[in-house]
Design a protein around this ligand. Structure first.
Ligand code: NAD
Ligand code: ZN
Ligand code: ZN
Length: 336
């Protein structure tokens, strides 16, 4: 089978021929149909974050495909079933976090395409308990971006507690942001979309955004404040200044949800303003299996649209360049 492999952090990926992986107890082998390229894969391949993956590894945590082999003891999935393999590849199921509905905070979790090989390959392994069945009627190429970009932004809006009278700022309308705009609309909010490319702003408009803010031309904080300030701002742009602008655009009592993970990123949060304005700043990491099931149900019901372009796996390095250059309409999905 072919796989896109990170041989060294910061080096281009290499398409390698590898033997099919053998599922261990509790695992399944999947014939991958589609695998979305998340910006996280770029951070992984470059070693951008404090906790680094160990090469060689196969990135990808939006892998979707057909179960073709069952390891010992697997009863939850069956051969021929379509599943998606998210970032949360495995969690212990026993700790405080797992037991309280926060399996995404499990200290023992294993992350797909980071702590184990991921979806940018013709075959992959997954823990049967964490591979999410894909409902009938969702194509593999649509299911892929929902598996990370979808569940992550759906969860971010949940933790922000967004409601129908809220102004919600979506900062960055890329792979994650184009779905965030839609979940915010589904929650009934008025949506301000912020980006730095014409295409992304046009996409946000097409997906229902009410207010477009071009961060190259105007200060998003000022524009948001002119509209009364945002109840919630979801920071999805891989850019520290965009976080600061999103914070600056909050109304009193507003919430900044940090989702993007720029290398070495920090922001200065003024204590006085945060206290007097009752501002919340929270981090949000992907979503649970239940969140992903909800994301799939919304899509199966025709309530979301996945905007993506499909490409062969061999384009992995140029696709990364295109994402960094802002040349991709929302998401690249590799079709195997
Ligand atoms: P992407 O590259 O597809 O999208 C980023 C968008 O931000 C682009 O549309 C870009 O034009 C826009 N942008 C760039 N500079 C901007 C600025 N100054 N202001 C406004 N917009 C700007 O990336 P993605 O796949 O959507 O991922 C975004 C980030 O989220 C990455 O850092 C990724 O690692 C992270 N992520 C986090 C989680 C989580 O669970 N917290 C999950 C998935 C991805
Ligand atoms: Zn991701
Ligand atoms: Zn746990």
């Amino acid at each position: 089978m072919k796989a896109a492999v990170v041989r060294a952090l910061g080096a281009p990926l290499v398409i390698e021929e590898r033997p099919d992986p053998e599922p261990g107890p509790g695992q399944v082998r999947i014939r991958v149909e589609a695998s979305g390229l998340c910006h996280t894969d770029i951070h992984a391949a470059r070693g951008d974050w404090p906790v680094k993956p160990t090469p060689p590894f196969v990135p990808g945590h939006e892998g979707v495909g057909i179960v073709e082999k069952l390891g010992d003891g697997v009863t939850r999935l069956s051969l021929g079933q379509r599943v998606a393999v998210p970032w949360l590849g495995w969690a212990c199921g026993h700790c405080d976090h797992c037991l309280s509905g926060w399996e995404t905070l499990c200290e023992r979790q294993i992350n797909t395409g980071y702590g184990c090989d991921g979806g940018h390959a013709e075959k992959m392994l997954a823990a049967a308990d964490f591979a999410q069945p894909v409902p009938e009627g969702i194509t593999p190429a649509d299911a892929a971006p929902l598996t990370c970009a979808g569940v992550t932004t759906y969860k971010a809006l949940k933790v922000a507690g967004v409601g129908p009278t809220d102004l919600v700022a979506i900062s960055g309308v890329g792979g994650l942001g184009h779905l965030a705009v839609q979940y915010a609309k589904i929650a009934g909010a008025t949506v301000a979309a912020i980006d730095v490319t014409d295409d992304k702003l046009a996409l946000a408009r097409a997906l229902g955004a009410d207010l477009l803010i071009d961060a190259r031309k105007e200060d998003p904080a000022e524009v948001l404040k002119r509209h009364g300030g945002a109840h919630a701002a979801i920071a999805l742009a891989v850019n520290e200044q965009a976080f600061a602008a999103a914070y600056g655009g909050l109304r009193r009592g507003g919430t900044l949800v940090m989702v993007a993970l720029p290398a070495g990123g920090t922001i200065q949060v003024p204590i006085f303003d945060t206290v007097l304005n009752g501002t919340s700043v929270i981090g949000s990491i992907v979503g649970t299996r239940q969140d992903l099931a909800e994301v799939f149900a919304l899509h199966a019901a025709g309530r979301t649209r996945v905007v993506r372009e499909t490409r062969p796996l061999a384009t992995v390095n140029e696709s990364i360049t295109d994402i960094l250059d802002g040349q991709v309409t929302a998401r690249v999905v590799f079709e195997m």
